[in-house]
Design a protein around this ligand. Sequence first.
Ligand SMILES: Nc1ncnc2c1ncn2[C@@H]1O[C@H](COP(=O)(O)OP(=O)(O)OP(=O)(O)O)[C@@H](O)[C@H]1O
Ligand SMILES: [Mg+2]
Length: 253
Amino acid sequence: MIVIQTEKINKMYGEIEKNSINALADVDLIIEQKEFVGIMGSSGSGKTTLLNILSGFDHPTTGSVQICGKNLQDFGDDELAEFRRDDIGFVFQDFQLLDSLTVKENIVLPLILAKKQSDIIEKKAHDIIDYLGLNKIFNKHPYEISGGEKQRTAVGRSLITNPKIIFADEPTGNLDSKSSKNIMDLFCKLNTEKESTILMVTHDPFAASFCKRIVFLFDGKIHSIIKNNGDREEFFDHIIKCQADIGGVFNDI
Ligand SMILES: Nc1ncnc2c1ncn2[C@@H]1O[C@H](COP(=O)(O)OP(=O)(O)OP(=O)(O)O)[C@@H](O)[C@H]1O
Ligand SMILES: [Mg+2]
């Protein structure tokens, strides 16, 4: 089943014919259910712009985005807000946890905002905390836990609504290599066990090597797409080679 389909997405920032920037140019992309796709490309190549458009946070200047067969542009304000609340989860480079809330409270926040019943919230919180191995820290605050634990908490929050798609923008950008591996193992587990479709922007070839497919952007266009044939180390080498072929700055974050 196709989860995301874009047709000739273009994104211009600024006024046309002035100093406008074409951040995306004619991007055609199809993402199937249960895919784990990486988006790579040098700084400024349009990765975040693409993620923001696919998740309904921003609109393309021209072109269309379909989510599960429905055109995002046709969503009304309420429908779009519901889609963002219920159907997608987001994981950010800087975690974006609320320091005044505990780990558990951060995780269940989307359900509280959706006004779910407290017994449902308790049950889901328990399941997710167990699944992510956060049992020892669920009563702590973000400033009392490590970066890796913060990101696991953020992943928990992104999962709590059972979203169709998880978007992650540089989820390992602030993590050391051990925590990065941890988070990538977790994404792989979600991808196989929970049927989650995952779209992840990363500049890190190691993190990217866990994906099943990588889309490389260059100057807002799809430059190339490569597939993982199951051998992660071989895929890692392939990613490095593609980065070298494309050139530009990949590691400035
Ligand atoms: N709000 C904005 N207004 C104007 N230009 C923007 C805006 N956001 C991004 N751009 C420009 O659009 C292009 C793509 O930006 P984008 O943030 O998508 O790149 P990126 O691939 O995510 O880069 P990075 O790896 O540095 O995060 C860049 O040239 C950027 O300067
Ligand atoms: Mg970016």
